[in-house]
Every structure is written in C-alpha cells, then in structure tokens.
Design a protein around this ligand. Structure first.
Ligand code: NAD
Length: 699
C-alpha cells in the first residue's frame, strides 16, 4: 500500500514501516517530506500500530537534502525538514530509524529526530554541509554532540568527512548496530521498545558531557580558523557546536539557524555550491542525450611516451585498462617507460602502493615501436610533438591501422582538431582529449568536440573521463580551446603591467593574495618560458597585429627558460623552488620600458587583480557567445580544476557576477583609457553588455 509516490507505508503486524523512496539517494525533497509526514500521522491515528520504523529504499537511508530542489520554492515548502523532525520527535509512539548504506546531512538530522536508531555496519555517516560552505541547518550541530563525544561531533561537522557506522559503537548515536537485515532488526527493536516500555527518548533532552569542553572548543575554533582561511563555514560550525554545550536546546537551535542563514548568503558558500553544480552540469551535453550508447573501452594505445604520453598511460593503467605505448625510437620508449616506473616506485616509497602493485600496473603496458600491434585498441591517444606535419603523419597511420569503431584522440593543446580529423577518412571518430600536465595528477580534461565528431564518440569520451577519474569538460574547436585561449589574455595583461611599472614579484604577489595558487610569472617559470615563446612565434605569423609585451621574448633570448634552466622571471638555487627576484630581469624590463618610451607608474594590487581576472572573464564571455563553451559554469570548472583559480571565488565567471557586471564594465572602461596597451583589449564582449542591459548575470 502506498500513501504517496515518494514513500511506501506497510504494516508489519503492530509496526508500521515507512519507506522513503526517492531515488537515487532518498533526498528529502518536498514530496518525500509530505509523504513521511502523512504516513506518520496515519500511523499515530491507527490504534493497531504500536510503533513505527522509518527506512530508505535502494542505495541509501537518506543522502540529505534533494539537491535538485535547491534554490526552488519547493525546497522551503512545509513541512520543511525542521518541522518534519519536530513531528517525528513529538510522535506519541516510538519511531525507530532503520539505517543502511548512506545517512548524510538532512538524512542524519532526520534520524536524530527519531526516538531510536538501528544501523547496519558499513553505513557511511556524515554531515557534509560544510563542503558547500554551510552547516547542518536542521539540528545537526545541536543533536550530534548530544549523542557522540564532543570532539568527534565537532570534527565531523567541521570536516564533513564520512565515518562508518561501526565506529560509533558505544555511543548514543545508534542503539544497535547489526551486520545485515537492518529492517528486521529495527522492527524487532521497535517491538522491544514497546514491550519494555522504553518510552519516547528525545536527543534534545540529553546534555553534552565532555571534560574541559571550553578548552577543546577554543582549540577547535583556532584550528578551524587557521585551516579554513578563506572559508567562514568551519568556524561557524564550531560556534554552533559551542551553543550546543552552553545553551538550552532551543536557544542552540536559534544559533544554528542564524549561522545557517548567514552562511547561505556568503560569496564563499555561493562559490562552493556553484562549483558543486558545475561539476554535475558539465557531463550534460544538450544534443547528446544520456541514452546515447557508449562504446566499451577495454584497451588503449598511446602514441608518444614523452611528458604527456607517459602521464596519459598512467591514467589508463591506474584503472586497469591495458595500454600499448608507441614511440618511434627505442631510446625514447625506454626513457618514457622508466619515468612511469619511477613515478610508481616513488608512490610505493611513500607507502601509497605496494611493490606488487607497481609490477601489476607496469605489466599492463605493452611497449612498441611499430603500428602493427595497436590496431585492436578501443581508443588511441596521440601525444607526439606539437607540430602539424607530425600529427598528419601519425593520423594517416592511425587511419590505416586502427580497427573500425576505434576512437582516435589527440592531446594537442593548440592545433586545429578539425584539420587533424581531416587527415583521416573517419573524422567522426576523431576527438581532442586535452590533458593537463602532469597528466597523471591534474584532474581537468578538456574534451574537444570537432565539427564532425560523432555523438557516441563524445559520450564515450565523457564517460571515459569519469572512469579515469578526471573532470571532463567539453570545448569546441578554437585556438587554445577554453582554458588556454583565456589564459593567453591573462598573460598578455601580466606582460603589459610589467611594461607599465610593475615587477614580476608584485604581479605574482597580488594575484596569489587574491587566492591563485601561483602567479603568472612563477607559473611560467614552472611550465617553461620556451613553451609560450614557441607559441608566440607561431602567433606572430598568424595574427601579426596582436600586441604583446616583448619582455617574455627577451627573457627567452637571455636563455632564461625557467626552473629547468635555474633562471627565468626569477632566479632559483639548485634543487630549490623558491622564486628569488633577480636584478638582471629588472634591468631587462627597465631597458625595455625605455625602448618603448614608457615612464613607469605605481600600479595598485587591485588594478593588477582586476586586469588579470577581467581579461579572463572577457575572453570567457566571447567563448560562451561563440558556443565554444556550453555554459559559464563549464568555464569556471576548467579554471578551478586546471588553472588554480581560488575555489572560494568560484571561478572567473561567478567572480564577475559577484563583483557586478556593470561595475566590471566600468573598470574595463578605465583600463581602456590607459594610453598603453591594446585599445581593443578592453572592449567588453557583446554577451557582457547584453547581460548588463538585461540586469542578469553570466552564470
Ligand atoms: P614531449 O616532447 O615530452 O613528448 C613527445 C613525444 O612524442 C616524444 O617522446 C617523441 O619522441 C614522441 N614522438 C614524436 N614524433 C612521434 C611519432 N611520429 N610517433 C611516435 N612518437 C613520436 O611532448 P609533450 O609535452 O608530451 O606533448 C605532447 C603533446 O601534448 C603535444 O601535442 C602538446 O602540445 C600536448 N600537451 C602538452 C602539455 C604539456 O604541458 N607538456 C599539456 C597539454 C598538451
């Protein structure tokens, strides 16, 4: 018998069982809340029912709020979670939660509103709200410390980490922990509660007991403040827990409520929620339905065992996909394989994997110097030199040897994927997989959809990105794709600011204070200044009118390629990575300013940050209006996962929205009035002007 679609109500003799049924994780959306509330009322009204068990169908007890409802009026519709928990708590017959698999966030808060809790071993228990810049807002901060030791409760709320149910043995969180058959156990427990007159215990009536609670809370607060620097939520979590210690329950609830509302309005929480939704949105491609068939990928080939080819190979073998690794020269092949082995051996030394595991992974690589042995691979990823004639040669070979239906992927970072596809007679099978260096570490994978790429090739590659634990984001074909096309404008601004009076260290410091992991000059020294030099030389032919600061070229002419040569924008001591400003670089910049007739001026840190970030935003908006990116959040995801953009700011596009597009355009006008630089640079993208006129936003 079913009372609503979201719940099932069944009588097991004198025990009513309410089963939450809102796949995939029984998120506590409006319909489910209404269902539970009605079912509870029904159980209370039925004289034959002596006790109630509440459980979840499928893969979870409950994973918490229904994120599909976030931000919609339904999320606040009554009964809201607070009201529902109150109803549970005030039930006149014992209510037992039968908990299995996952009990998180609002799901755990709901369970804490029940009179008793029976859990199955292995259940993941967490209050993960802090990961979205929030705190548990339905009593979690008040009830959890009343049932588990204060230190454990605080750590769970501040970190959001999941803990297995069995670790709570001996606490009041669970009245019983069972190996399996949790529903049967909970029904038996409910009967026992009635038979033995165990009453209707409420967590709210317990006191938090902990030796030197104040001392611990002070310590926890200091630690949270130090660790979470850019995020206000962890400190608020500790403060709410303190209220559970210091204040009567209802006053503590008011503290929790106020903190929740305050956090909800912070830019940091908005950024985290944006990043969370960006990650989920990225896998949706409007014209490629989720039902698109996926080709099985059971084996791979990689062409080129250099920096990228090696890392890409590791991605596959890490998840058990065997790789045939092809190089033209035996020495290059041996060298590439030796580096892969060394990487694994280093992990083994750090205790991250066993020596056996190293051998197991290495055994998944088949080295080769001929194309004969790769034809049967389901996907081949090309990572040879960034040179069109070399790519042409490789793709013509691949077209000859690869079996029908194999996916032909290129890791090119700047070349035209459509041109590469045209070297084959099967452009529909060709796609770009733009990994980031080091490819075995960096999460981002730009998936470049060519004009002719087949939908199932795209869907398969997106699915593969998940298999190899990457964040896949789709990009159309353009020079630099999404990430590097934007970073080029950022680098140009960085160069212009040197011309106008800033030093590399000042630019880096300003943007690092904003939250970037590394400023543009430290970054360039790490990546190698020769990489950009090579690209600029090509650009000089393709787009001769594009203005650059020539300082970066002069640096390369001095042989200063960065960390690998011990000198770049900074100087480096052997074996160290500390960037030390170098008077020789200052002298080069000064001479260049004189050469172009520029008198240096003092540039504020605000101006530095705004020019760098708004350069990203303006190019991002163009990328969006051209349809190269599917949505603004994809751009933000690329910047958060591949370019060290500060997470607490949510990515360049969200930052622009939070700064205010009208005000950003105003600043762009100020920068355009600057007599130095490229006057067209600061012309706002049409899309930005449109959104300003509409009073809407980019994200
Ligand atoms: P690399 O020079 O380290 O490696 C290239 C390898 O390809 C060399 O080992 C070379 O021997 C081999 N090779 C050359 N021609 C070949 C051929 N015809 N057949 C087989 N092997 C051949 O270069 P890399 O940094 O690994 O870059 C590879 C590709 O990845 C380029 O397209 C590059 O633009 C792209 N990429 C590089 C980075 C990066 O940060 N290095 C990032 C993203 C993408």
């Amino acid at each position: 018998m079913s009372d609503s679609q979201a719940t099932q109500y069944q009588s097991h003799g004198d025990v009513a069982v309410i089963t939450m049924n809102n796949p995939p994780v029984n998120g506590l959306g409006y319909d489910l809340r209404v269902g539970i509330s009605n079912d509870l009322r029904r159980a209370m009204a039925d004289p034959a029912v002596k006790a109630v068990v509440i459980t979840g169908a499928g893969k979870a007890f409950s994973g918490g709020a229904d994120i599909r409802e976030f931000g919609s009026p339904k999320a606040l519709g009554e009964p809201n979670l607070l009201s529902l928990i109150l109803q549970l708590e005030q039930a006149t017959k014992p209510v037992v939660a039968a908990i299995h698999s996952v009990v998180m966030g609002g799901g755990l808060e709901l369970a804490l509103g029940c009179h008793f809790r029976v859990a199955q071993k292995g259940t993941q228990v967490a209050l993960p709200e802090v990961k979205l810049g929030l705190l548990p807002g339905a009593g979690g901060t008040q009830r959890l410390p009343r049932v588990v030791p204060l230190e454990l409760a605080t750590n769970m709320i501040v970190s959001g980490t999941a803990i297995k149910a069995e670790k709570f043995a001996g606490t009041r969180l669970f009245d019983q922990i069972v190996d399996d058959q949790v529903l049967e156990a909970a029904i038996a427990f409910a009967r026992k509660a009635v038979a033995e007159n165990m009453g209707l215990p409420k967590v709210r009536d317990l006191k938090v007991k902990y030796p030197n609670a104040q001392g611990f809370l002070q310590f926890a607060r200091n630690t949270a403040a130090a660790v979470a620097r850019n995020f206000p939520a962890p400190v608020k979590c500790v403060e709410a827990v303190r209220a559970a210690v210091d204040l009567p329950f209802d006053q503590g609830m008011a503290v929790e409520r106020a903190a929740f509302i305050e956090l909800m309005a912070t830019p940091e929480s908005r950024a985290l929620r944006h990043a969370f939704f960006a990650e989920r949105a990225a896998s949706k491609i409007p014209d490629v339905p989720e039902s698109t068939p996926i080709r099985p990928i059971k084996s791979a080939a990689v062409i080129g065992a250099g920096t990228m080819g090696g890392g890409i190979t590791m991605n596959f073998i890490n998840v058990g996909i065997p790789v045939t690794l092809l190089e033209i020269k035996q020495e290059a092949l041996d060298k590439g394989i030796a580096i892969i082995r060394k990487n694994y051996e280093n992990s083994a030394k750090k205790g991250k994997m066993s020596a056996e595991e190293v051998e197991k992974r290495m055994a998944l690589i088949t080295p080769t110097t001929t194309y004969d042995s790769i034809g049967q691979a389901d996907i081949v990823v090309e990572a040879v030199f960034e040179d069109m004639p070399v790519k042409e040669q490789v793709f013509k070979q691949l077209d000859k040897v690869m079996k029908p239906g194999a996916i032909l992927a290129t890791n090119t970072s700047t070349l035209d994927v459509d041109k590469i596809a045209a070297f084959t007679a099967r452009p529909q099978e060709v796609i770009g997989t733009h990994f980031f260096s080091p490819a075995n570490v960096m999460r981002l994978l730009e998936i470049v959809r060519g004009a002719k790429t087949a939908k199932d090739v795209l869907a398969t590659t997106m699915a593969l990105s998940k298999t190899i634990k990457k964040t896949g984001v789709v990009s159309g074909v353009c020079d630099g794709f999404i990430g590097n096309r934007m970073i080029e404008q950022y680098s140009r601004q960085a160069g212009f600011m040197l011309d106008e009076g800033a030093s590399p260290a000042q630019v880096d410091r300003a943007i690092e204070r904003f939250g970037f992991a590394m400023g543009p000059f430290r970054m360039a020294d790490l990546a190698g200044n020769d990489v950009g030099w090579y690209i600029r030389k090509r650009r000089a032919l393709e787009r001769p009118n594009m203005i650059y600061s020539r300082t970066a070229d002069k640096l390369c002419e001095m042989g200063r390629f960065g960390q690998k040569t011990g000198k770049g924008w900074y100087q480096y001591q052997p074996g160290k990575r500390d960037a030390i400003p170098d008077p020789q670089v200052d002298a080069m910049i000064t001479a260049y300013r004189e050469e172009i007739g520029l008198k240096p001026r003092k540039i504020s840190d605000d101006e530095i940050v705004q020019r760098l970030v708004f350069a990203l935003v303006n190019e991002g908006a163009k990328i969006l209006e051209e349809g190269i990116a599917l949505r603004a959040s994809d751009i933000d995801l690329i910047y958060l996962s591949g370019y060290g953009f500060p997470l607490h700011r949510g990515g360049p596009m969200l930052y622009a929205d939070q700064f205010g597009l009208f005000n950003m355009v105003g600043r762009m006008k100020d920068f355009a009035a600057n007599p130095h630089g490229d006057p067209s640079f600061w012309t706002p993208a049409e899309l930005i002007l449109k959104r300003v006129a509409e009073g809407s936003s980019l994200t």
